[in-house]
Design a protein around this ligand. Structure first.
Ligand code: AQP
Length: 330
């Protein structure tokens, strides 16, 4: 079975609809016929300042949310990145293979560093993509389910794998990005030309917030002039984004929704999407509470995941260290 790796940062009190529709939903589906490794990437989280206690809480909360969306620990290896030391170890090796200019061209680094004062931008934010490459290459992943925003990092990962293989002999499998067609990029409800992102939280729908609050955000989503409910991302980005979300959460096609809402206004669409959201998050939130009520069980799942992940990661790292000429420990 093809291997899959993906990760998510424990940097917010809740995952948002962009995370779910762009990535997590695919994670769940891929468990069916892939060997799946899913990781809460706490090492990535500290590329920006984190409160230690909050980071610990959010790491558990992230694992609970992954289980609640349907990641099955009997079918997937679910673990926390810092529990497997090889991630940081391979990251260093890959940093030494990454060009300074190459890393500087990453748009996520440019965007995130531009939002902070220069002296607060850590080197970790710059080397973030090398760590991400290490995450993926350690497990010899074939596919990486992510949202569109990660495409460039995936391209760098592929380049690093090919470069390493060319220089030191075949060591890494070269992975491909698995980006869903319809939901690759979910947009902010208040600014439907920007991606929904926790860093700019104006129009972000959080999976753990009160669904009444989500309904209110959906009601006040920026839509376009005109009245017709029609999928046209270029001219009607707001309403198109709502249609994509609606379709993804219900499994109804966009064409079907367009005809169902023919002659009706944006108000109806928004109200009903609020209800769809409520039906989606209610059982999810209940499951999350269940996992949080039993932290010992949660920790056991994560321990088991890390043990399995470590075996594979250690084997890849041994080969890498050997190829680059490190003397094996006696
Ligand atoms: N708006 C989005 N549409 C589709 N996919 C998205 N992803 C994130 N936003 C969207 C995908 O979610 C996965 C986890 O990403 P992450 O660990 O970077 O999570 P995040 O940091 O919470 O994502 P944000 O909100 O986008 O945060 P910032 O602003 O810090 O970058 C990834 O597969 C990502 O593609």
């Amino acid at each position: 079975r093809p291997r899959v790796f993906s990760g998510i940062q424990p940097t917010a009190d809740s995952f948002h609809l962009g995370n779910y529709l762009g990535a997590l939903r695919e994670w769940v589906v891929m468990q069916e016929d892939h060997e799946t490794f899913y990781c809460v990437v706490d090492l990535h989280a500290i590329t920006v300042a984190q409160d230690p206690e909050l980071l610990r809480q959010r790491t558990r909360l992230s694992a609970a949310q992954l289980l609640a969306v349907g990641i099955d620990p009997d079918r997937s290896t679910l673990f926390v990145q810092s529990h497997v030391a090889e991630h940081a170890q391979l990251s260093w090796v890959l940093e030494c293979q990454t060009g300074f200019g190459e890393a500087g061209r990453m748009t996520q680094f440019k965007d995130k560093s531009a939002r902070q004062e220069a002296e607060h931008v850590g080197v970790g934010l710059f080397t973030y993509p090398a760590l991400m490459a290490a995450d993926i290459l350690l497990y010899q992943a074939d596919q990486v389910p992510v949202g569109e925003d990660q495409r460039q990092h995936l391209e760098l990962t592929r380049n690093l794998a090919q470069r390493f293989n060319a220089r030191f002999g075949r060591t890494f499998r070269v992975p491909s990005a698995h980006i869903p067609k319809e939901t690759a990029k979910i947009y902010d409800l208040q600014d439907p030309t920007s991606k929904m992102s926790k860093s700019i939280p104006a129009g972000v729908v959080e999976l753990l917030e009160d669904p009444k609050r989500s309904a209110k955000k959906i009601r006040s989503a920026v839509t376009d002039t005109g009245r017709e409910i029609h999928y046209d991302p270029e001219n009607k980005p707001g309403v198109s984004n709502l249609l994509v979300i609606y379709s993804a959460l219900t499994g109804r096609s966009i064409a079907d929704l367009e005809s169902a809402y023919e002659g009706r206004g944006y108000g109806d669409l928004k109200k009903e999407l609020g209800q769809v959201m409520l039906e989606f998050v209610t059982p999810f939130q209940e499951k999350v509470r269940g996992y949080l009520d039993d932290p010992a069980e949660l920790d056991k799942i994560l321990r088991r995941g890390a043990e399995h992940a470590r075996e594979i990661a250690a084997s890849t790292l041994r080969t890498v260290y050997d190829r680059i000429g490190f003397l094996p420990p006696a």
